[in-house]
Design a protein around this ligand. Structure first.
Ligand code: PRE
Length: 237
């Protein structure tokens, strides 16, 4: 039988999961306790349990994700990761977990001003963006006349809009819905049901077919037996 990384994980007794810890509701690292929580943390724990091993979290960051993946610092990356063809070239993706797309989030008072890319991409508009992920790629492709403000802290970035230091951000629809709930009456998701583009969240796996097949089968069973829905509802509804 061919050796596989899945065998190594079982032998090692740990699954190394790469996570940024800065993207609720998918993953959040509490600085004081050094504990992760979020949808993909519950999913990672369920995956570890399914394999029969402990989960070891390896912190990464969006601008470092590709380098850390290539350095084999973890077996799988989880935490709101979108499928991209650049990433697909380096590893394998699980079956998609959910559908996403970029959509604006702005101060509620300005919600009607930023519905289309043409309305957004005007001189004087300040589009804030976290670096390194698909948000930055989307902003660079579509924002030519408005100002792009690169902001490094993905946890406090929404407060910048609330304070008026930026006008809007374009990010995943699920995040705009979540942040709207965290900033009631202040920040509004603009049209989360009609995002500008299409993307899917999935788990990014080192090139090992046995591990990918395991993750896919686990996801399939979790979908059918309702355990996926339970975790999903706790974080997204
Ligand atoms: O790069 C990705 O896959 C992501 O979806 C991560 C990403 C991003 O696009 O920058 C998505 C939303 C969060 O605000 C932070 C990171």
């Amino acid at each position: 039988q061919q050796a596989s990384r899945l065998d190594d994980i079982v032998k090692r007794g740990t699954l190394r999961v790469g996570m940024t810890g800065d993207y609720l509701p998918f993953t959040s690292l509490d600085k004081a306790t050094q504990k992760y929580r979020g949808f993909d943390v519950d999913m990672a724990e369920a995956l570890g349990k399914a394999i029969g091993v402990k989960v070891e979290y390896v912190q990464t960051a969006w601008p470092q994700l590709m380098k850390d993946f290539e350095a084999d610092n973890f077996d799988i990356a989880m935490g709101g990761i979108s499928i991209t063809l650049d990433r697909q070239k380096k590893g394998l993706f699980s079956t998609p977990v959910m559908r996403e797309g970029k959509t604006p989030i702005a101060r509620c008072a300005d919600k009607g001003k930023y519905e289309t890319l043409a309305e957004i991409d005007k001189p004087g508009t300040r589009v804030i963006v976290n670096p390194g992920g698909t948000n930055e790629r989307f902003a660079r492709a579509h924002v030519k006349n408005a100002e792009i403000k690169i902001y490094n802290d993905n946890v406090t970035i929404f407060d910048e809009i609330a304070k008026g230091d930026a006008d809007l951000m374009m990010t995943d629809a699920s995040e705009t819905r979540y942040q709207q709930k965290l900033h009631p009456g202040v920040l509004c998701a603009v049209h989360p049901d009609q995002p500008f583009d299409f993307a899917e969240k999935a788990y990014w796996i080192q090139r090992d077919v046995a591990l990918k097949d395991f993750v896919d089968e686990w996801l399939h069973i979790a979908t059918e037996d309702g355990s996926f829905k339970k975790i999903y509802s706790a974080w997204f509804e």
